[in-house]
Write a new protein. Sequence first.
Length: 120
Amino acid sequence: MSSITPNKRLDTIYQKIVFIEEIIHEYNSITKALNDEKLAKPSILMHLIAIAEQFNKLKEENEFEILTQFDKSDLKGSYDIRNFIAHDYEGVNLMIVEKVLREKLPKLKNTIEQIRRRLV
């Protein structure tokens, strides 16, 4: 059993999403950020891996009360993109990553914000 609380894991996921948003903002677009092979793209991809790992740890720790508040397909997609990045980094389909950044991350962030409001 980990000493890291489920809420801390959610905070980590949230912070990684914020970091990704900040990177994209600095480049003024998702596409420009993903085209920066030296800094932005590697940072974004590592943050996506870290997000998936936190969700996986919540699953391993049987934190289903938290996980059920997220769309099941988003959780699966998070893990799938993690595997995609980790096992074929150079072959990563940036169109898929861009779709995740545009559509899925805002949903995950929103869900975490809703969970936080209920905990207050």
